[in-house]
Design a protein. Structure first.
Ligand code: NAD
Length: 413
């Protein structure tokens, strides 16, 4: 039976990677779980006057390298195991791009699509009050993730600044520009995915111009990515959201779709001729980018994937079993911990700019991002070639090294 539990399947890959790197079982014992996870219950007054109690989490995987860092997700399916796994992936992502952070992640079980702006604001502020003891600019720095955005980051930053009675822009990243956000942060994840796609296409020996691309998810990551690839001359033939997918073998009108999508990344509800997300993943294409949710490519459909390159913009879209099947079939899989590291990289740039109080241009940000991601991609690719392991295992090997070495130097293991 395939393991669809993101937490335990991540533990398996971590164990494999640490053993390939020659670390002891004690190191695995340290890194197999977060150092701490806080569960919070937050009473929030709803617009109709009733009180609803929400549950949320903040997980801090490893802070040997530096403060922990990672997004906050608002989603009905948030659960403790998912938040733990996401925080572990953040440690690995930060290690791959060489950021002075460990991994953290947060989540609240809620559906912001059914809540008013006022309710979302009160919940965001309640979350900051509930986790304030364990977060901060030198402890743990949150950021946006699924169904959270720069407005929510602004409310959270304001709440934290009021609690601490000083202006604390470095408490959170992904803020609006006027509150200390970084140029290029909103597009950073998609920018990073685009760089990985360019590098992967070079390895596979084909041009982006004219390549057929399918993207699952049309939110922050998926929509900007569609735009970048479209502008580079690729043909985006399929996109999707939570409600269905659109397919046009001649290429979709991306500018039109971007114009019509709502703030939750929904656009397919405006069309009649839709296909399912399942059908979308199996479309004939050159590049497939899952950019929505986890466990989308499993042992059930891995044999039917037709793309030559699968680049994971989402966290955890491909199971460990499916990774093996795709690799055996000669498909180049660029794993989430590498492909989606652009977001945390520019979040780091935002934090650096907040700390120094001096702000960079978008070109400067993008140039620094490109340098980091091209190097990271080639590091992971060369480990995968020299050690003859799949790209996911290679990425874990590269990404865990900093946390393991820092834990050793600190005398923890
Ligand atoms: P988002 O909330 O902006 O968009 C999510 C998109 O996924 C929407 O189009 C939504 O309709 C779609 N979706 C939701 N449920 C779905 C389902 N069941 N089937 C198909 N589509 C569904 O989120 P985002 O920020 O674009 O994040 C997408 C993925 O990228 C997540 O896995 C996230 O963890 C990952 N990621 C995001 C960032 C970032 O900076 N935004 C960074 C790293 C990784």
């Amino acid at each position: 039976m395939e393991n669809l539990n993101l937490f335990t399947s991540t533990q398996d890959v971590i164990q494999d990677a640490l053993s390939k790197l020659g670390y002891s079982n004690e190191m695995y014992d340290l890194l197999k779980e977060p150092l701490r996870i806080l569960t919070v219950r937050m009473p929030v007054r709803m617009d109709d006057g009733t009180i609803k109690v929400f549950t949320g989490y903040r997980s801090q995987h490893n802070d040997a390298v530096g403060p922990t860092k990672g997004g906050v997700r608002f989603h009905p399916e948030v659960n403790e195991d998912e938040v733990k796994a996401l925080s572990m992936w953040m440690t690995i992502k930060c290690g791959i791009v060489g950021l002075p952070y460990g991994g953290g992640k947060g989540g609240i079980i809620c559906d912001p699509r059914t809540m008013s702006m006022g309710e979302i604001e009160r919940l965001s502020r309640a979350y900051v009050r509930a986790i304030s003891q364990i977060v901060g600019p030198t402890k743990d720095i949150p950021a946006p993730d699924v169904y959270t955005n720069s407005q929510i980051m602004a409310w959270m930053m304001d709440e934290y600044s009021r609690l601490r009675e000083n202006d604390s822009p470095g408490f959170i990243t992904g803020k609006p520009i006027v509150l200390g956000g970084s140029e290029g942060r909103d597009k950073a994840t998609a920018q990073g995915v685009t760089i990985c796609i360019e590098e992967a296409a070079k390895k596979k020996g084909f041009q982006l111009k004219g390549a057929r691309v399918v993207i699952q998810g049309f939110g922050n990551a998926g929509s900007f990515l569609a735009k970048f690839l479209h502008d580079e001359g690729a043909k985006v033939i399929g996109i999707s959201d939570a409600y269905g997918a659109l397919h046009d073998p001649n290429g979709l009108d991306i500018d039109y779709l971007l114009d019509r999508r709502d703030s939750f990344g929904t656009v397919t509800t405006l069309f009649e001729n839709t296909i399912s997300n399942k059908e979308l993943l199996e479309l004939d294409c050159d590049i497939l980018v899952p950019a929505a949710i986890s466990n989308q490519i499993t042992s059930d459909n891995a044999a039917n994937i037709k793309a030559a390159i699968v680049v994971e913009a989402a966290n955890g879209p491909t199971t460990v079993e499916a990774t093996k099947i795709l690799t055996e079939r000669g498909i180049l899989l660029v794993p989430d911990v590498l492909a989606s590291a652009g977001g945390v990289t520019v979040s780091y740039f935002e934090w650096v700019q907040n700390n120094q109080g001096y702000y960079w241009s978008e070109d400067e940000v993008n140039e620094k991002l490109r340098l980091k991601l091209v190097e990271a991609f080639n590091n992971v690719y060369s480990i995968s070639e020299t050690r003859r392991v799949n790209m996911r295992l290679a990425a874990y090997m590269v990404g865990l090294r900093n946390a393991a070495e820092a834990s050793k130097f600190r005398g923890w293991v």
